[in-house]
Design a binder for this molecule. Structure first.
Ligand code: SF4
Ligand code: SF4
Length: 379
């Protein structure tokens, strides 16, 4: 796709794109502000996007502020990864009905609208790629996830203003989208005005851009100039220089394996509340458990799959007890899985550097600081 120069959309052109995707049968889901955070919701109009909004993120802290301009993608990431749509927190697996001595079991139907995901950051694109590996490409794939991922149209966005907890550069996952999208946008705000460079990343993206050009009646959709592409490159390059955090990944897997008994695990556990927030906001965490429910008469029954967390005592309960009954062992399990054993299992790190686990930890525990302390030999 490198030979395609891309198009430049004005804000009305972005609306045309949303309209076109909806006309083609996609439900467009994108960022919007709700209850003081940026969340993902169905989008019909550019007016629903987080216009003029930025986020300020640090350990245990998230605030929105008004930028005083018309930017729509200059926040970073909210608490939700896209997994809440593609791998929901509660999923009905099957329901059953008892009639006399007979039990009829019906597999659940998957509620899966055709989704167009608008505003996917590069870290989250990589997280979706990780879930594809973990959930769709294993021997027995997760059928509901595969159904939800089918026919997704992905519109990625280059980050321009990384947050205080971002470290995608360290993880090699951002800030410029590199693969896994149909279209990639870069929001440009300079002397040439407010506009979006959009480049295709798939044949379907090319087709949508072609149709957008046909639909446009004025200058809301134009061919990109070299200056637009140069400006977009500058946005990505500047963002890469402004990461809020960093993580030295050199030899990280072996470092963590060699430090299973490091005193830092006890230190972090003295601060950790085992609340599970870090795992719930993490876009790559995928642990679940199963809940069975029945009505009082014992006639109707359902089996649900629900998100679970390695931070709970019950998660590692085997016959006779939990194998990770202490908080140090649970934090160590989580961090070591993310950054070391995930590589052995799936071939990549399990962390994409989105920073959510740092922002949304009520104790401001920071995985980059904890690993940094182990590397430097601090207790
Ligand atoms: S590290 Fe923070 S977010 Fe995670 S379980 Fe501990 S207190 Fe909760
Ligand atoms: S471990 Fe933290 S920084 Fe890494 S992907 Fe999960 S939430 Fe993001």
């Amino acid at each position: 796709m490198d030979d395609i120069r891309g198009m430049v959309l004005q804000l009305p052109g972005l609306q045309l794109l949303i309209d076109l995707l909806r006309d083609r049968g996609w439900t467009v889901v994108g960022p919007t502000v709700r209850d003081g955070v940026v969340v993902h919701a169905e989008i019909e109009s550019v007016d629903q996007l987080p216009r003029g909004v930025a986020d300020i993120q640090d350990g245990g802290s998230y605030r929105l502020r008004q930028r005083g301009d018309e930017a729509v993608f200059r926040y970073v990431v909210g608490p939700q990864g896209w997994k809440s749509l593609l791998f929901p927190s509660r999923e009905l697996l099957w329901s059953g009905r008892r009639t006399g001595d007979e039990m009829d079991i019906a597999p659940a139907e998957v509620d899966a609208p055709r989704l167009a995901l608008l505003g996917v950051r590069s870290c989250d694109l990589h997280a979706i790629g990780i879930h594809d590996t973990v959930l769709a490409e294993r021997t027995e794939s997760d059928a509901a996830y595969v159904t939800r991922r089918e026919d997704n149209f992905i519109i990625a966005v280059t980050c321009s203003d990384p947050g205080g907890t971002c470290f995608c550069v360290s993880m090699g996952t951002g800030p410029v989208p590199d693969k896994g999208y149909d279209l990639a946008l870069t929001e440009l705000m300079n002397g040439d005005g407010h506009r979006f460079l959009v480049v295709p990343g798939s044949d379907r993206g090319v087709e949508i851009l072609d149709e957008l050009t046909i639909r446009a009646e004025g200058d809301e959709v134009l061919h990109a100039a070299t200056s637009d592409r140069d400006a977009a490159r500058e946005v990505g390059a500047a963002a890469a220089q402004r990461m809020g955090r960093s993580l030295d990944t050199d030899g990280l897997r072996d470092l963590l394996y060699a430090n299973a008994e490091h005193p830092r695990w006890d230190d972090v556990a003295s601060r950790c509340l085992a609340c599970t927030n870090c795992t719930l906001v993490c876009p790559t965490c995928f642990c679940t458990s199963v809940e069975d429910v029945s009505d009082l008469s014992g006639t109707e029954t359902e089996r649900w799959r629900v998100w679970d967390s390695c931070f709970t005592n019950d998660f590692s309960y085997l016959h006779g007890g939990s194998v990770r009954s202490t908080v140090p062992s649970r934090y160590r399990q989580w961090a070591t899985h993310k950054l070391a054993s995930w590589v052995d299992q799936f071939g990549t790190s399990g962390c994409v550097g989105c920073g959510r686990c740092i922002t949304w930890c009520p104790a401001a525990i920071d995985i980059t600081a904890e690993v940094g302390a182990i590397r430097s030999g601090e207790g």
